[in-house]
Ligand binder design. Structure first.
Ligand code: FES
Length: 170
């Protein structure tokens, strides 16, 4: 059912956990299954003064595909400028894993959305202009989160990190 790449990232997840010194966090949930993901980014200027994602980590309460896509998106976004990272799509994440079964494509949406939310939070908190594409995705995710909170309120009140709610699972 899963590709070798999915199984590798699931069994040996990269960048899992919570960064101690993160610049912003993005949190998203999946209404279909109730799974939740947190992505933490550290943003610092590179040698040319461009903001890059110098470090990234994640915590996921979800299925094997959700864990693998979290791991993959963290590998794809590390070292990218914010502009480049915004362009990472769910499809890119799934393709990076050699594809996902159609029934699991919704899982890949979490990873790219959580990364987008972290960037959205960072830009908002720093009073920076929000690109239109990011604003649109944020509006979609916010609607999704409203529905999710109606269904799974207690879990979502967790801020990730230390609680068992935010630990990667199978
Ligand atoms: S089944 Fe929930 S994210 Fe995969």
């Amino acid at each position: 059912m899963y590709t070798d790449q999915v199984m590798d990232h699931f069994r040996n997840p990269r960048n899992m956990g919570k960064l101690e010194d993160y610049s912003a966090v993005g949190k998203v949930g999946q209404v279909v299954c109730g799974d939740v993901m947190w992505v933490y980014i550290k943003v610092e200027p590179d040698d040319e003064g461009k903001d890059i994602i110098s470090d990234i980590s994640w915590e996921t309460y979800g299925c094997a595909a959700a864990v693998a896509t979290s791991s993959m998106v963290s590998e794809m976004a590390r070292g990218k400028t914010l502009e480049e990272a915004i362009r990472i799509t769910n499809q890119d994440v799934a393709e990076g894993l050699g594809g996902l079964p159609p029934v699991k494509m919704h899982c890949s949406a979490l990873a790219a959305d959580a990364l987008n939310e972290a960037i959205y939070t960072y830009l908002t908190e720093h009073g920076r202009e929000i690109p239109a594409v990011l604003e649109q995705r944020h509006a979609r995710v916010a609607k999704h989160m409203e529905k999710l909170e109606e269904r799974y309120g207690a879990l979502l009140k967790s801020q990730g990190a230390s609680g068992e709610e935010s630990t990667a699972s199978s």
